[in-house]
Design a protein. Structure first.
Length: 155
């Protein structure tokens, strides 16, 4: 899925006697099983009446599911490190790979400037854990390799 599922109408008017509508908080659709969606899908699905004495302003809902093909990418980035007490830190390795998924439509728009990997040196840490501090929207990060780096202070 490449976006939110859209339902039309987003609400329905309910009418009937007071006893029949007082307890209604939602209206369900019929069940529909979907598999192997490989393109945008739009279909009509019936609404389920909560009781025969209740009337709905619409008998169906139109469901739209946006679908795009995804691909996997890998980008190598330098690791940004925040210094501790003004000491210079050397990382081993100094770069890390980000493995991600993105829609084919957005794949060409990505560059190394689209991401930032950072870490903070802590005195008690043997390794520094890496994290992404800048990620473009619509990206699903699979992994950072390596997830942590060794380091030493330069005197």
């Amino acid at each position: 899925m490449s976006g939110k599922i859209k339902t039309e109408p987003d609400s329905v008017l309910i009418s009937g006697d007071k006893a029949g509508i007082d307890s209604i908080t939602q209206i369900f659709t019929a069940e529909k099983e979907l598999s192997n969606l490989d393109k945008n899908s739009r279909f009509t699905i019936p609404l389920q009446k909560p009781s025969p004495a209740v009337f709905l302003s619409s008998e169906n809902a139109i469901i739209t599911i946006p679908v795009q093909e995804y691909t996997e990418g890998k980008i190598t980035l330098p690791v940004n490190v925040q210094m501790l007490n003004g000491k210079k830190i050397v990382l081993l390795p100094q770069n890390a790979d980000v493995i991600y998924q993105v829609t084919l439509q957005n794949f060409q728009q990505l560059s190394p400037d689209s991401f930032t990997i950072s870490t903070t040196a802590l005195p008690q840490s043997k390794k520094l854990k890496l994290s992404l501090t800048k990620i473009p929207s619509g990206i699903k990060v699979i992994s950072i390799i390596p997830p942590a780096v060794d380091y030493y202070f330069v005197k």
